[in-house]
Design a protein around this ligand. Structure first.
Ligand code: ADP
Length: 577
């Protein structure tokens, strides 16, 4: 049954019960009223007339007025005959009254008879009053009975309605609420079963359809997610680079075959195990997770990302990348770290190529150095008059050969230095050295070049500086390189300043020029290998400054540049004692 019908019927029934109760009570009250009225009208009046007749009769004088009053009451009594036998007695009373009025003899015996008649009328009415009162009593008992019966039935029905109706409505609502809660907690198997004819039946049908669809959607989603998971797992497993995934607590969540191979452990030894625990017994794991701390975005001290690992008896080179994985959970604003992924990029083949290149560079530059030096010597011989006179054209040719030879010598020297750096073969010869001598020799070595380019070199040094512990040759190489660059990148006629200052335990060497300067965007890259500022057409390899940096840093120093476009540059290096 529909809830609407149930409510209408329930309230309607209550309404009917109220009407019924009102009718029964009203009817009973009406019956009682009739009964009392009856007594009042029929018997009370007769008693009243009788009493008045008795008073008039017993009056001393019983004169005309008393007679009239008596007669009037008797007439009224004659019209108020209600009981059986009352008519005859009243008629007899009338006869006796006539007789009393007619006689002149002793009236007392007739009066006695009249009194008896009046008393009989009174007696008759009093008996009737008693009987009728009993009847009224019975009617009131009946009324009470019916009122109680109807009242109790109404109460009973109303009570049943009061208990049943709200329960009938609230029970399905409760069930539905619980089912919705279950669905919200992803229990898509939840269904509701209500009586199918009510509105709740329709609601239950819609709810069950929704739950079924959600269940179906969930199953397909789950299948899709599982499929995607499998695909990603296969992808990761087939990667040539080792990959290790950790959760936010540092436990290993996934690890691919390559990673298992380099870690030399079985998959079951790794999955679900805290990386920190493994690190206690495995050096490789320890170095892999060393800088894995903090939340994504926070600064973590960077480790050298390159590592060499022995796998199957062969040395392999890897570049480590630690990727912190963070998400913003639904409904939240803060980023939350949910894990880290360690990727080891296998760079063995690149490294091997690099070694081959460095070896090649070293061999070539080494092999070229001797013939270039002998060309230099031969040129020097040619320039002396001992080998014969040379004309002007020949002198010019010799001069340009000498310049090219110088450049070749510089390049082979730089390549040799670089190959030494790349193979980690920089050998330092640190000893207390005279800084004035260093500056003097460097200026001497570049003087010719400066004269040729019409550049003046100014030396500004503090006095009485102590000996500085350094590798004299390498530092001089750096200083010459900075001076040569300053000469090359200065316009003709300019001045270059070379200075030396002491700042507590640091010695600052500076080479300042007033050339074109370096654009801000290139300053940070100027010390990179093979870097040359684009658009500047000067011959060079882009290796000089990179080698300078390696030489200074190998001695524990710092090298840098301060430059302004169109104003010039100051290259400096600091050596700490
Ligand atoms: P290169 O052999 O090309 O000179 P360097 O490593 O010595 O190589 O210099 C790298 C680049 O830095 C140069 O190509 C040049 O563009 C720039 N550079 C070096 N010194 C100066 C300087 N004093 N003024 C302006 N630019 C310079």
């Amino acid at each position: 049954m529909k809830i609407k019908t149930k409510l209408t019927l329930g309230v309607g029934l209550l309404f009917l019960l109220i009407i019924l109760l009102s009718l029964v009570s009203g009817g009973s009250v009406l019956t009682l009223k009739n009964d009392t009225n009856n007594i009042l009208k029929a018997n009370y009046n007769s008693l009243n007339y009788s009493r008045k007749m008795m008073i008039s009769l017993d009056e001393e004088a019983y004169d005309q007025t008393a007679k009239k009053r008596f007669k009037a009451n008797m007439e009224l009594q004659l019209q108020n005959i209600t009981e059986t036998g009352e008519g005859e007695i009243t008629q007899r009373l009338k006869d006796h009254v006539k007789e009393l009025n007619a006689t002149d003899q002793n009236k007392e015996p007739i009066r006695q008879l009249i009194r008896q008649d009046i008393l009989q009328i009174m007696q008759l009415n009093m008996t009737a009053i008693q009987r009728k009162s009993k009847l009224a009593n019975d009617s009131s008992d009946d009324a009470l009975f019916w009122i109680v019966l109807t009242g109790s039935s109404c109460f009973l029905i109303a009570f049943i309605l009061l208990v049943q109706l709200p329960r009938n409505i609230s029970k399905p609502i409760k069930e539905l609420t619980e089912s919705i809660r279950q669905i919200a907690s992803r229990n898509y198997k939840q269904r509701v079963a209500f009586e199918s004819h009510s509105e709740f039946g329709d609601l239950a049908k819609s709810f069950n359809t929704m739950a079924e669809k959600l269940d179906e959607y969930n199953s397909t989603q789950l299948a899709e997610v599982l499929y995607e998971k499998k695909r990603i797992e296969t992808l990761i497993n087939n990667m040539n680079d080792p990959v290790i995934g950790l959760d936010e607590h540092g436990k290993i969540m996934f690890v691919n075959n390559e990673a298992i191979n380099i870690l030399n452990l079985s998959k079951s030894d790794l999955l679900g195990v805290a990386a920190k625990e493994l690190a206690l017994s495995n050096d490789l794991v320890r170095s892999l997770i060393r800088d894995m701390k903090g939340i994504a975005g926070k600064n973590v001290p960077k480790e050298d990302p390159f590592m060499n690992i022995f796998v199957n008896g062969k040395e392999h080179y890897f570049e480590k990348e630690l990727v912190p994985i963070s998400i913003i959970p639904t409904g939240e604003r803060e980023q939350q770290l949910i894990g880290n992924v360690i990727i080891l990029r296998n760079i063995t083949s690149f490294k091997e190529l690099e070694f081959a290149k460095t070896n090649f560079m070293a061999t070539i530059s080494h092999e070229l150095k001797t013939p270039i030096s002998s060309i230099k010597m031969s040129l020097q011989l040619l320039e002396t008059k001992d080998v014969g006179t040379i004309n002007n054209d020949q002198r010019q040719l010799i001069s340009s050969i000498r310049e090219d030879n110088e450049r070749l010598l510089k390049i082979t020297g730089e390549l040799l230095n670089l190959s030494q750096i790349e193979t980690g073969n920089i050998k330092l010869f640190m000893k207390p050295s005279d800084p004035y001598q260093l500056i003097h020799q460097s200026v001497e070595a570049t003087l010719k070049e400066a004269e040729y380019n019409q550049i003046k070199i100014v030396v500004q040094t503090e006095e009485n500086l102590p000996l500085i512990s350094m590798d004299m040759d390498k530092t001089q190489w750096v200083l010459i390189n900075l001076l040569i660059n300053a000469i090359h990148y200065s316009p003709k006629g300019e001045t270059i300043t070379i200075s030396l200052k002491q700042d507590s335990n640091k010695f600052r060497f500076e080479v300042t020029d007033h050339g074109g300067g370096i654009s801000e965007e290139y300053v940070s890259r100027i010390f990179d290998r093979y870097f040359q500022v684009p658009g500047i057409s000067k011959p060079g390899t882009g290796l000089g400054l990179a080698i300078c940096k390696e030489f200074i840093e190998a001695q524990g120093g710092i090298i840098g540049v301060e430059s302004q476009l169109a104003k010039g540059s100051t290259f400096y290096f600091l050596i700490e004692q």
